[in-house]
Design a protein around this ligand. Structure first.
Ligand SMILES: C[S@@+](CC[C@H](N)C(=O)[O-])C[C@H]1O[C@@H](n2cnc3c(N)ncnc32)[C@H](O)[C@@H]1O
Length: 260
């Protein structure tokens, strides 16, 4: 077994233990006009009607449902069957079509291809073990002119921890990609703080902005936009100072148009 497939199979077990406890937004949220996509994401992607969208590491599929509600033809993949089951149940209750598929985003089946948009978000990219391998696969599955959209926690946020009022400490290594070696309990996702971390090996990664940009360019994609944003609530206790450091980023990159 390769190192990548070993990491993925450990992570599958980890996520499958957590998945039955994660539900995302309730169906009523979507019925009442709620969207799991941000205004910035929607502005970057544009009109979704009739476009083929692939969401990677979709979890319970909240963003996939929002894409489908806007008229996209959506495929959503994840390695945790219970996440996909929750997503399918929500899609059925909402009456929208999303094709949820059990897939490792590092080795997508060959028929999962031909997309206008490939999207990953909010704690998805940190489960990619080898970034350039992943961007190459993504580039291969985009249609000419298609867009890769990465909407993520900023890697700087990943390694900074607020400890009391206005005290910020460095709890990870921005330049070293192995996130779990530095895991700070204060940075653990809410679900593992509540349920405890599943007692199985797992590995995730911090990908610096330069490593993401380099991987995107190495895959032959064209960088279209890169936006870093502050989010005060992501640094609770820092108050207004949180407006001076990044919390999230949104990157878009396109595959070359077919020659005319
Ligand atoms: C924090 S969730 C992702 C984010 C989603 N946007 C959300 O907000 O819920 C991380 C997801 O990545 C999935 N995952 C981890 N490694 C994966 C892989 N190799 N292929 C596909 N999905 C993977 C997990 O099963 C989990 O559902």
């Amino acid at each position: 077994m390769s190192v990548v497939s070993e990491v993925v199979s450990q992570n599958r077990e980890y996520w499958e233990r957590l998945a039955p406890h994660r539900h995302g937004e309730p169906v009523e949220f979507f019925v009442n006009g709620g969207s799991a996509l941000t205004d910035d994401e929607l502005a970057a992607i544009g009109d979704l009607r009739g476009r083929r969208v692939l969401q990677l590491a979709c979890s319970v599929g909240d963003e996939a449902l929002s894409f489908a509600q806007r008229g996209a033809d959506v495929t959503a993949v994840d390695i945790a069957p219970s996440h996909l089951a929750t997503g399918r149940a929500k899609a059925e209750a909402l009456g929208v079509d999303v094709t949820f598929v059990l897939q490792d985003m590092m080795t997508l089946d060959s028929e999962i291809t031909g997309f206008d948009v490939i999207y990953i978000s909010w704690g998805g990219l940190c489960w990619v073990p080898t970034l350039t391998e992943w961007t190459r696969l993504v580039a291969d599955r985009l249609n000419p002119g298609g867009l890769l959209v990465i909407s993520e926690h900023h890697p700087l946020w990943e390694i900074l921890t607020v400890r009391g009022d206005n005290v910020l400490s460095v709890s990870g290594d921005y330049f070293g990609s192995d996130r779990d070696g530095y895991t700070d309990p204060l940075k653990a996702p809410e679900i593992t703080r509540t349920l405890g971390t599943p007692d199985v090996p797992h590995r995730s990664f911090v990908w610096s902005i330069s490593s993401v940009v380099t991987a995107v360019l190495t895959a032959g994609l064209t960088l279209r936009s890169l936006q870093e944003s502050p989010v005060t609530e992501m640094y609770p206790g820092l108050g207004e100072q949180a407006m001076s450091i990044p919390a999230t980023y949104l990157l878009t990159a396109s595959a070359d148009q077919a020659p005319v």
